[in-house]
Design a protein around this ligand. Structure first.
Ligand SMILES: C[S@@+](CC[C@H](N)C(=O)[O-])C[C@H]1O[C@@H](n2cnc3c(N)ncnc32)[C@H](O)[C@@H]1O
Length: 289
């Protein structure tokens, strides 16, 4: 036994990393190829351990003993449910309100004033995760006097979209105390909802959530004044990134802005947009082309 502060650790608390058999590695590569083909996820051989670890919980839930059983289950499933589980397990949903806050400053101070003559503002929040980004956009546009704006917020994951629809967040998601901006846009929970906040209905009404795979987009209306597609493309392989950027550019209105994650560079990707600020690009106005 080893003493660590007040905790006693048995020798069995830690273990050597598991050696993967050839069959397991083969199953992981098959699953990685499926994830690449359907979702553009870049999962090189070096990530096999991560893939296996993330799929372990799904295998247990399905009562499947080996990675090969799990790969066969995904390959045989025609309903799409297994693919949905696979992408849930292999992607991260990390997000926060006003993440990379300079983008929201730009939206309020530079972009919104240019849209004064624009009768209808349409913003697309692609890969919106649990909704914090889409609501941050809506709140920012309200600050800029554009309560009429519509935010279309999409993600591939049904689980995160269900959470986003509720618009319900723990207090840890926000700076404390209950500051002025929070009072404007969030209701504070009472009694058994103490410690929780709910986005106010007038903000929730500005946002429409919908499922969409960026790699196989269907029915995207187009002509958005701004598109936020942040911190999803970094999981895609280069070819998929190129296809997604081309698709997003095509869906921007002339003069529209594309916001990408600060860790996502468009260097080496062919596009016709102009860089305006870190991780912000603008599509040329029609008469300038
Ligand atoms: C790390 S979160 C980023 C959330 C938010 N955009 C932000 O920057 O805070 C990445 C999101 O991308 C989504 N995603 C991954 N692959 C996708 C795809 N092919 N199509 C649409 N969404 C995808 C995931 O489900 C996840 O919610």
């Amino acid at each position: 036994m080893l003493e660590l502060g007040s905790t006693t650790l048995a020798a069995t608390t830690f273990e050597e990393p598991a050696e993967r058999s050839g069959a397991e590695l083969n199953a992981v590569r098959r699953l990685a190829r499926i994830a690449q083909a359907h979702f553009g996820l870049d999962l090189p051989a070096g990530k096999s351990g991560m893939i296996a670890a993330r799929l372990a919980k799904r295998m247990r839930q399905r009562g499947l003993a080996t990675l090969d059983d799990y790969a066969q289950f995904v390959e045989a499933d025609a309903t799409g449910a297994a693919l949905g589980e696979l992408v849930e397990a292999l992607t991260t949903h990390h997000t926060s309100f006003f993440r990379e806050s300079r983008h929201f400053d730009f939206l309020r101070d530079q972009a919104a004033p240019q849209w004064r003559q624009q009768a209808q503002l349409n913003i697309w929040c692609a890969a919106c995760s649990t909704g914090e980004e889409a609501f941050s956009i809506a709140m920012t546009l309200r600050e800029a006097g554009r309560e009429d704006a519509r935010v279309w917020a999409t993600d591939i994951s049904a689980e995160v979209l269900a959470a986003a629809e509720r618009g319900l967040y723990r207090g840890e998601c926000f700076p404390q105390p209950y500051t002025d901006w929070m009072k404007r846009y969030l209701l504070r929970g009472r009694d058994r909802m103490e410690g929780w906040y709910r986005v106010k209905p007038e903000v929730r009404r500005m946002v429409e959530f919908a499922p969409l795979n960026l790699v196989r987009p269907t029915a995207v209306a187009g002509a958005y004044q701004a598109i936020f597609c942040r911190n999803a493309m970094l999981y895609f392989d280069r070819r998929t990134q190129q296809d997604v950027v081309r698709m997003l550019e095509a869906k921007l209105a002339p003069g529209g802005y594309l916001f990408v994650g600060h860790a996502e560079s468009l260097t080496g990707i062919a596009h016709g947009m102009r860089y305006v600020a870190p991780a912000i690009y603008v599509k040329a106005e029609e008469d300038a082309r």
